[in-house]
Design a protein around this ligand. Structure first.
Ligand code: SF4
Length: 293
């Protein structure tokens, strides 16, 4: 029987100061600067910068980044996310896939992670740009493997099918949090719609992945229930990381979850049947993504 958490001294409830396990090195170094130059020169966006990811020093210092396509304005207003919200003024940028492919080649990437903003003003949600980006990356980099971290396309399954048909090696779609918190964390999303998206991708043979943040006020029981739902949807990889408030305008951190609890989440998730659970305070859905192939 799986033993669920009952004895671990779990969370730090005083959230006014970050605990020492969340302190990270400041981004510096030659490789970091080279990555920054390539991104700027190709007029690209990364979720690393836009979402103020704490791992930029490590990832960019190792020469990797997660490209964010479809512009830098998101049509949604999630309570945790620092990306600009609004109605994008531009249509699709058909040169963006070329720039992503060229930048990835210059960065010498063998595994590329592509995500995007939501483009809910469009029926296709921008899915054709995902497909074109995969095509251009494969033309440019022999043997490249690609993970896409996609929006829910408002449940327009024809748009999702465009991405599925492009056959990414990993299809990632984040649940972000437990269903009871959707109203404040992801007000325009639906928990069961996201699960259905993951199930549809699995049914068509893709390797699937999802991620959540903890420390937003969820209970452990809710995390275990989510794991059960993830298993039922056939998801192969689950990432779990600590939520960090990007600005004072965003949802407050409710708990600093202890590293021992993250270790327990990994043990329990894998015991429940998830192939791989990456769980730790600094884990983000694209962190060490090459390990999730
Ligand atoms: S974890 Fe992901 S978003 Fe954060 S810096 Fe690394 S690649 Fe970028």
């Amino acid at each position: 029987m799986i033993k669920e958490l009952d004895v671990i001294p779990s969370e730090v409830k005083d959230t006014s100061r970050r605990p020492e396990w969340l302190r990270v090195k400041l981004p510096t170094g030659r490789t970091f600067r080279e990555v920054a130059d390539i991104i700027r020169d190709h007029k690209l966006n990364t979720v690393c910068g836009e979402a103020r990811c704490p791992n930029m020093g490590e990832c960019w210092g190792n020469g990797t980044a997660t490209f964010m396509i479809l512009g830098d304005v998101c049509t949604r207003s999630c309570g945790f996310c620092a990306i600009k919200t609004g109605r994008p003024v531009q249509g699709l940028d058909w040169d963006e896939p070329n720039r992503v492919a060229n930048a990835a080649k210059l960065m010498n990437l063998k595994h590329v992670v592509i995500t995007s903003v939501n483009r809910d003003e469009r029926k296709d949600g921008g899915a054709p740009i995902f497909a074109e980006t995969l095509k251009r990356l494969r033309e440019e980099i022999e043997g490249v493997t690609i993970e896409v971290l996609i929006p829910d396309f408002r449940g327009v399954w024809e748009a999702l099918q465009i991405v599925i048909d492009a056959k990414p090696e990993v299809l990632n779609h984040n649940l972000e949090t437990v269903p009871s918190l959707y109203r404040i964390v992801r007000p325009q999303a639906k928990y069961h719609r996201s699960l259905e998206l993951l199930r549809r991708c699995k049914d068509q043979g893709l390797r699937t992945k999802t991620g959540i943040m903890v420390g937003l006020g969820e209970t452990k029981e809710e995390v275990y229930q989510l794991m059960d739902d993830v298993v039922k949807a056939g998801v192969d990889v689950l990432t779990i990381g600590q939520y960090m408030q990007p600005t004072k305008m965003h949802l407050p951190v409710k708990e600093w979850v202890h590293p021992d609890v993250f270790a327990e989440y990994k043990r329990i998730g894998e015991a429940k049947g998830i192939d791989h659970v990456e769980s730790g305070p600094l884990v983000r859905s694209s962190y060490h993504a090459e390990r999730h192939l």
